[in-house]
Design a protein around this ligand. Sequence first.
Ligand code: FES
Ligand SMILES: [Fe+2]
Length: 380
Amino acid sequence: MTLDARQVAEAIGPLSHARSMPAGVYTDPAFFAAEREQVLLAGWIFLARDDQLANTGDFRTFETVGGPVALVRGDDGALRAFANFCRHRGSLLLEGSGNCSRIVCPYHAWGYRIDGRLQHAPDMNDAIEFDKADNGLVEVRLETWAGFVFITYNETAVPLIKTLGDLPQRMQSHRLHEMRCTWTITLETHCNWKLILENAMETYHTGVVHRQSVGAQQSRTLPTVGDWHCIQVTSGRSIATLPGTPPPFDPIAGLDADAQQGTYFAVLHPALQFAIAQDCMWWLSVTPIAHDHSMLEIGGCFPADVIAAEGFAANAAPYYERWEVVGREDVGILEKQQRALGSVAYTPGRLSWRDDQVQAVTAWVLERLPEHVRTGQPAG
Ligand code: FES
Ligand SMILES: [Fe+2]
């Protein structure tokens, strides 16, 4: 795999001279393999909101860039993430979501407790030095912040809170920990994962791609500390409903002056987006599957007291409609972009000042790849 070193230098250089990334950054399976190892598996992967698994035995399953994972709430109240495979011969254990009191393998019925310990392993009496205590489910490192549950396959990854930098402080007045998830949708997307993140970091396209829905928007870039980037789409009202539908819910009490000015669109590396409005918050979680294939899950959260109030379901419906419509509009344009990036005649085009965070998001990824991947120069 080779990227043109001059093209890479132009893509990460000063914005007034910069061009888009070389096409291989989005189209090359070998580049994707390097990203998977160096960036995606090395970082923190968002799975769910803590409140989506409220009760003992609640479970949800996920396809992650590191394979299938099950998130389970134990008898002790703790959430655990397990690699979702059986310790006998590796069958998938749990599927979908639900509640269970035990985890029984669908192949030969090994049974596990919901804390991962192996409880039953039939007909293993002849296996010398087979100890059930050594054959529990494989746990994956898990950390949470403000109700967001993340895992990492990297035992030496820095704590989640460190990667968040000043994000918690910036979003403090939204009291995200008091929010609950009320809706999710998953969109299959035939494009590279970074195109989805780049798209979230500019309002250059909104008046075109979303002319029938949210329409033209203006945004400003905010300085950040940590592994995140942020723009704020400026608007005195929440933009989490379409322009023709005034938001039914009041702004969150006590929002700071900055937060009152609009909606934060953030990318938390490697592959999570937040959209945090004056009255609610949304996550857009990208699961990269291949260089040209990703899954996008959109989840919506409102403050717990808003959800508890009468009429919530009817009032929330226009929000769900807005995020689905806009999400599908974005997926449509990104699939067109991915197809065209495959042209052998493609050359990177110039960037606008409105593309500053498009550039920043993918430059962050490139910086974390070994030099020979970035530049096509031999390793060493
Ligand atoms: S693979 Fe699970 S019991 Fe055999
Ligand atoms: Fe968009």
